[in-house]
Design a protein around this ligand. Structure first.
Ligand code: C5J
Length: 222
């Protein structure tokens, strides 16, 4: 398929949709719904709802073109052997990782809270990637999956902008991928961090990549 032009900052990006993947980061109940990990840290989880509609539109466009779709989930094994004590013990949450909450054990694989929100539920055949850290490349087979599919461009959506989205874009950028943050498909508990996080990606001629949005993606793929 010929290159498609995506409106983006700091400059438009020509990409081949057949060599691109939509990577939706951690749109899990644990981050977006009351009673999950995000709320235990004292956050207003309703702030993340803004990204749901734009993510749905980006996901529909990606599915319509047959683009590779990857959903990630942050979380840990039930025995927590992969959960660093430094992560579990940090801060003063109302319930720590692994503790029982209204959606099951906090940030533990297989629990209701760990699952992806119904609005963005993975379709059959889409990749669901479990990750123990913030970045989607760390201790996962993401790089192998991308290599096997000949992917060179990552369109990144999800939560939270300055944490798991940013870490993944930094990891992808260092590995040679063209990384695009879809601004309205990302959200943060801290609106200022969302804005500045996006600014950091596109500054200095695109030091980590590009910033675009769901409408530009839909237009490019349409
Ligand atoms: C956080 C994430 N914020 N998915 N995780 O702890 O961004």
């Amino acid at each position: 398929m010929p290159d498609t032009l995506l409106a983006a900052e700091p400059a438009p990006l020509a990409f081949d949709p057949a060599r691109a993947a939509l990577v939706i980061i951690d749109m899990q109940r644990d981050f977006l719904e009351p009673g999950g990990f995000g709320e235990t840290l004292g956050n207003d989880v309703s702030l993340l709802q803004a990204a749901v509609g734009p993510c749905q539109r980006a996901l529909a466009a990606a599915r319509a073109t047959g683009m590779l779709v990857i959903h990630t989930r942050e979380g840990h094994r039930p025995d927590m052997a992969d959960a660093p004590p430094a992560k579990v013990e940090r801060g003063a949450p109302t319930a720590r990782i692994g503790c029982a909450g209204p959606m099951g054990r906090i940030l533990i694989r297989g629990e209701a809270g760990h699952d992806i929100i119904p609005e963005l539920y993975p379709a059959a055949g889409e990749v669901v990637l479990d990750k123990p850290g913030k970045g989607a490349f760390y201790q996962t087979d993401l790089e192998l999956i991308l290599k096997n599919r000949g992917i060179d461009t990552l369109l990144v959506a999800g939560v939270t902008t300055e944490v798991c989205v940013h870490t993944t874009i930094r990891e992808g950028n260092d590995r040679g991928y063209r990384c695009v943050a879809l601004a309205d498909c990302c959200a943060s508990y801290f609106p200022d961090f969302h804005r500045v996080g996006l600014d950091m990606i596109k500054a200095q001629g695109g030091i980590f990549g590009w910033v675009s949005d769901s409408a530009a993606l839909v237009a490019a793929l349409g």
